[in-house]
Design a protein. Structure first.
Length: 191
């Protein structure tokens, strides 16, 4: 068993440390210890995406996840049309904030009306505020989610703004996944 001590590490370091440990073995177990729930959720989601079984233990302030790597497991198949929309602000473009907010709301609504949807919508920095309770764009993001669009919000950003518990559309993610989704995208759209 390979052991990874990611206690005290912040996003995306626990994910990177774990992926590096998994690369070093053909099959077996990787045990990762983290000290916050967001890192644990990120590791759980990564395990699911990679098709690996895992077990979680909570011993007070330390979370332990054991990931089982089996040779037959294969990463998700890449789609030929893998468009990613990146929303890093509540505003679209520069200039008047009021206009920028109206444009962003219109952009997200327009996505719900498109025949071809993005595969993923990434929200980071102030963009995470679009997916929380009270957002004017929340219903449109929920519509996209019900139509199969993956909605991912940066956990570090949600924590920074103190709105983690208000997230209503999509799930929490980490910087590794944000970078990975963009690198694997066939097209990145950033309004």
């Amino acid at each position: 068993m390979v052991k990874v001590d990611a206690i005290g590490q912040v996003c995306p370091v626990p994910i990177i440390m774990t992926k590096n440990a998994l690369k070093k073995i053909e099959e077996g177990q990787v045990e990762v210890c983290v000290d916050n729930e967001i890192s644990l959720q990120n590791l759980e989601k990564m395990s699911q995406e990679m098709g690996y079984a895992y077990n979680i233990e909570n011993s007070g302030e330390v979370f332990r996840i054991v990931i089982n790597k089996v040779k037959e497991n294969v990463n998700l198949v890449e789609d030929h049309d893998n468009t990613v929309a990146v929303l890093s602000s509540q505003y679209m473009g520069d200039g008047d904030p009021e206009l920028g907010k109206i444009l962003m709301k219109g952009f997200i609504y327009t996505l719900t009306e498109m025949d071809f949807l993005p595969k993923t919508v990434l929200l980071y920095n102030e963009g995470v505020k679009l997916a929380v309770e009270g957002s004017e764009s929340l219903n449109d993001l929920l519509t996209l989610e019900t139509r199969g669009v993956e909605i991912l919000s940066c956990g570090t950003c949600l924590n920074f703004y103190g709105i983690t518990d208000k997230l209503k559309a999509g799930t929490i993610t980490n910087m590794y996944t944000i970078a990975e989704r963009q690198m694997k995208a066939t097209k990145v759209v950033k309004p």
